[in-house]
Design a binder for this molecule. Sequence first.
Ligand code: PMT
Length: 418
Amino acid sequence: MHMNKKNFRVGLGVAGGIAAYKAVEVLRLLQKSGCEVRVAMTKHATEFIQPLTFRALTESYVLVDDYAPENPDPIAHINFSQTIDLLLIVPATANIIAKFAGGIADDFLSSTFLASTAPVLIAPAMNTTMWENPATRRNIKQLKKDGVYFVKPIAGELACKTVGTGKLEDVENIVAQALRLLNSRFQIPNSKSENNDLNNLQSEKILLTVGGTREAIDPVRFISNHSSGKMGFAIAEAAQTRGASVTVVAGVTSVKPPENVKVIRAISAEEMYQAVMKELPNATVFIGAAAVSDYRPRNIADTKIKKTNQDFLTLELKKTPDILLNVSTNRHEKLLVIGFAAETNNVAGYAKSKMEKKNLDLVVANDITKKGAGFNTDTNIATILIKNSRKKIELPLMSKRAMADKILDEIMKLRKIN
Ligand code: PMT
């Protein structure tokens, strides 16, 4: 049973960035979901958007400065912070993140952060260089350690006309993550099962393969693919946020894994296979998001292969173990087995045949020829197919993080049936 959504009270903190106008949309969506929202803004945020907009929409005084003579509540940061179920910051600038990380309380919003015991969800938006600056990285790491949640910014064209990571995540996904956090926090355990909610993955142990494998040819060369690990890590992060315990077996990745997730590195398909089989007995869900090489060089040369006068060089390849197939074949009764299919043509057809051949419960098929889908993008487009069902769930272009939640929603629906 849940606390009624109408009871959720969200403190929406707006910091001074170009994306401040998107906080209005977040506010509307939260209200539509039944949340009561009160807004706090930094002084700089009011340069981008007027407090009056939020005041009209919330019918409440918008807090900017506790000391302002018109402020109806003399100890507003205490009263505000202690009557909210979630503090949500949209957008969060590098500055407000730094203040939170350093415990500085020199305005209403930063004082509220310090005075609040509610969970905090931060949706940053800033220029790529500021996002990547070691100071920002350090502050985010510290806040994550302190238990603060983040909705990662995505890559795209930024207000400064550059392209890179720093764009605010889609407002729908920010709100979805806020609601998930609220739902999982305020769930009242049911006597029958703790796992009666799609959002709550507390009793799941998720084992995931992520990234690409690297198959050695000689000491300096290898066969690999373009997988970055973004899709798999997004699933790991989403699952962890929803309370699952997550183990990732990661091949080669170009992005960092989420924090608080156990990561086992396994570079070749063989290493990945060994690591997965070792971890499998503890898992309740297996997700194969890695792009595993189907073949490896039959012999790995001990020394660097030298160039000769011959125009052609033949490399003999040998099949690697099919990790997903082995997992599915050795599954215990409760294990759900989920595969991915990266296809360039006849996507649904090949995905369906993979699902049947490998006896999967669910397959996520991505058409990697589509713009914004597949390898090394922050977004994806996919179709979910489910065992013994003719239903196809089309997932249109969205961030991999948003897709991760959609995939987990479908997995949890299967758990309810099984
Ligand atoms: O990492 P990103 O850059 O974010 O890109 C994401 C992705 C495109 C890699 C991911 O979304 C994806 O589609 N992963 C599966 C890619 C793939 O190798 O597909 P496949 O059709 O070759 O394999 C089908 C399934 O079998 C996959 O679940 C794969 O992990 C698994 N497999 C394949 C071969 C093998 N030897 N062992 C396996 O477990």
